[in-house]
Structures are given as C-alpha cells and as structure tokens.
Design a protein around this ligand. Structure first.
Ligand code: GLA
Length: 406
C-alpha cells in the first residue's frame, strides 16, 4: 500500500514537472517578434509542393535563414475542399502529393520551423474548411505534422465571440502539447491587444496590407491598406506589445512592386515598430536590392531588440516625422521619415530635443550625454549628438540612426 502511494506521488510529481516544463516552452515562444516567410502576399492560394520546396531552398541559399528568418508559413489554400470521413483536414492531394507531414519534415530538415494557416470560422477566407467546432482535433493534427506556428484568421465567423474563439484555439494548441506560436489574424476589430496577451504571441492590428506606400487599394467590398495607413494605426497601441506578445501590422511587401526607397522605408518602419517580420515576396526572384533590405542585420537588430519596446512618433511637421525607439542598454533608434512628395533637408539639433518615454520609462537628454550616431543604411558612423545633424532625405524615404553612449 505504501509503495503504491509513493509510486502515485512520484508519478504526480513527474506529470507536474512535465506540465510546467511544457508551459514554460509556450511562455518562451516569441520573446522577440517572429521572423519568417509566408506564401500569401505573392501566391495567394496558388501554392504547391514543388514551388514551396524551391522557396525553402532559396530561403537558405539567399541568406534569409542566416539573417534570422526562421518560420516558413503556408497561408490559405493548402487544404482539400472537404475534411475526410473522420473529420480530419487533408492537404490538397494535387498540390501536396506527399502530404503535409512530409513537407513539414522537409522544412525542418533545412533548419527552419513550419507554420500553417486556418480560420476560426466555418470556412477560411478563400473558402476551404474552417476550424469552427474542430479546434482540438485540428490542433492535434497540426502537432502530429510538426507544426510550429499557426496563423488563425477571422472569415465566416458570424456569431462567434472573438476572445472566446481565439481562447478555445489557444487552449486546444496547449492541450495538443507541441509548442506553437499562435498568430491571431482578427484584423484588430475586437481590439485583441486588450485581451490576447495570454492567448497568442501576436495579433494583427489592422486589415490587410498591399504593396502600396501611401494609397489604399479599394477592392470593392474591402480596402487593402498602404504602408503609411497601417503605420498611422500603430502609435496608440504600442503599450500593449512586449516580449512574448506583439502587435502585428501585417506581413512585409518588400520586393513586391514598390520602389526601392519605399521598400526601404517600409522595412525600417516595421523594424522600428518591433513588428513580426514575415517576408511575402518570391524569394527565387529577389533583386540584390530586395535581398539587401530584408537581410540588413543592423535593422533587424532593432526589430529583435531585447527591450521589446515599439517606436513612437516623436515629431511630425510638414511631411517630416521622427520616430524613436528606446533599445536595451540605454541605446536609442531614431528614424527620420520624409512622407512628403519632395526631398527635404533636415537640420536637427539634438540638444533641443530631450526624449522621455513613459511606456519604457526611459529618457535621453542630449545636453547631459553625448551619443555616437550610426547610419544603419549607410552602415557607417556619422558623428555624434554634440553636432546638429544635417541630411537631405528623398520623398518617401528614411534615415535610420542608432545612438550609443560615447
Ligand atoms: C485574410 C488575411 C490574409 C490572408 C487571407 C487568406 O485576408 O488577413 O493575411 O491570410 O485572409 O485568405
């Protein structure tokens, strides 16, 4: 009897230790914003195994993986139109003749993590089977395939309560036991930043992006947002982001048709916002300029900074904006954005502009302390805060500086 009791006690302790180790693995996901590639922005539902394996290969050979991009995420369009007789989702057999487990294994074999997409509603946005009513079954299936990341959309969700629906899926993922990043894609309508901190690791803050810098794109029943439209919707929610839980201003459009300076500004601003960096371009056809933008390690370091604080708009006048982002070790990133239609010359006396940020409880007084300036696109040191900073910035372009105490 005694032995049985002891055995029971030992087993209970082992289960508790295992559960808490597992919980810890979930807590440690996305301490910095996730980085990866997602199929939607370029391919929509026109995805298949040969195309995607080619993309995985180029992900490695182009240097994206070594620059820190980790996840390879299949968006909408990977499924067959119907579940099987047991209610399981199936990969479209035409598109993925070897099944999804084999594809996941391929992604893992190249040193990356694998992500997949579904939707909280009855159908996905493109009309494939949604997860509503199948949350635990789908989570177990994804875990058995080796999924590391789930993007979960919000189409055909009539009658659902967003917080409850996403919480159910979050619990289902935890119950399935495999640590997976849970990416809420609810477009910000129900203010997920107020309730999703313990539900998932990132939540979309807006509707869909398109490859336009200033102008939105009217698609009839819905409007795709430009880079600057999305930027203007981030400042007020920055206090909700931090290690393990991020505002998601949507995936990158770098390399998808904007001009070089616009791509450069888009990437800089997303790094300043400490946004998830999900590339969405055809990696097999990247120009050297696109590769240089997406793999700029000094910019990526801002995005992945350990302090986990989003930039805020410090100054705006006549088309010039200054965004500032407190960094770990009392460093600071400053982005000068020219959103006007003509080049502008800035003349900026640091000593007139002390910076105080209540969200991160940091302050920078350039009268007291001198900082070295590094231009992260020129990749060179450009003086210090003792002198007025003068620079001409082209239309729709940026200058990004990293400030380090001298
Ligand atoms: C929604 C999402 C997009 C993409 C599509 C897929 O529009 O916001 O990011 O996932 O659905 O259908």
């Amino acid at each position: 009897m005694k032995i049985t009791n002891r055995l029971l006690l030992v087993s209970l302790i082992a289960i508790a230790a295992c559960t808490s180790a597992n919980a810890q693995k979930f807590e440690e996901l996305a301490q910095t914003p996730p980085m990866g590639w997602n199929s939607w922005n370029t391919f929509q539902t026109k995805i298949d195994e040969p195309l995607l394996k080619g993309m995985v290969d180029t992900y490695v050979s182009s240097g994206m993986r070594d620059a820190g991009y980790t996840y390879f995420v299949l968006d909408d369009g990977w499924m067959a139109m119907e579940r099987d007789k047991d209610g399981n989702l199936v990969a479209d057999p035409q598109k993925f003749p070897n099944g999804m487990k084999e594809f996941a294994d391929y992604v893992h074999s190249k040193g990356m993590k694998f992500g997949i997409y579904n939707c909280a509603g009855t159908k996905t946005c493109a009309g494939y089977p949604g997860t509503r009513g199948y949350e635990y079954q789908d989570a177990r299936l994804y875990a058995s395939w080796g999924v590391d990341y789930l993007k979960f959309d919000w189409c055909n969700a009539e009658g659902l309560n967003a917080k409850e629906a996403y919480t159910t899926m979050s619990k289902a993922i935890r119950a399935a036991g495999r640590p997976m990043i849970f990416s809420l894609c609810e477009w910000g309508g129900h203010q997920p930043w107020r309730w999703a901190k313990n539900v998932g690791q990132l939540w979309r803050s807006t509707g869909d992006i398109w490859a336009g810098f200033k102008k939105d794109l009217n698609n009839g029943s819905w409007t795709a947002l430009s880079v600057l439209s999305i930027l203007d919707r981030q400042d007020s929610i920055r206090q909700y982001a931090g290690p393990g839980h991020w505002n998601d201003p949507d995936m990158l459009e770098v390399g998808n048709g904007m001009k070089y300076n616009e791509d450069k500004a888009h990437f800089s601003l997303w790094c300043m916002l400490e946004a998830p960096l999900m590339a969405g371009n055809d990696l097999r056809k990247m120009s050297p300029e696109t590769t240089a933008i997406l793999t700029n390690k000094e910019l990526i370091a801002l995005d992945q900074d350990a302090l986990g604080v989003e930039a805020f708009r410090y100054y705006a006048f006549d088309g010039i904006e200054i965004w500032v982002k407190p960094l770990a070790n009392n460093e600071l990133a400053v982005c000068f954005l020219n959103r006007s239609d003509h080049p502008q010359t800035i003349s900026y006396d640091w000593k007139d502009h002390a910076i105080n940020d209540a969200v991160s409880n940091t302050s920078f007084d350039f009268k007291q302390t001198s900082y070295k300036l590094r231009d992260l696109w020129l990749k060179k040191d450009v003086g210090n805060t003792g002198k007025t900073f003068k620079q001409t910035i082209g239309a729709d372009d940026v200058v990004v500086l990293r400030l380090t105490k001298e």
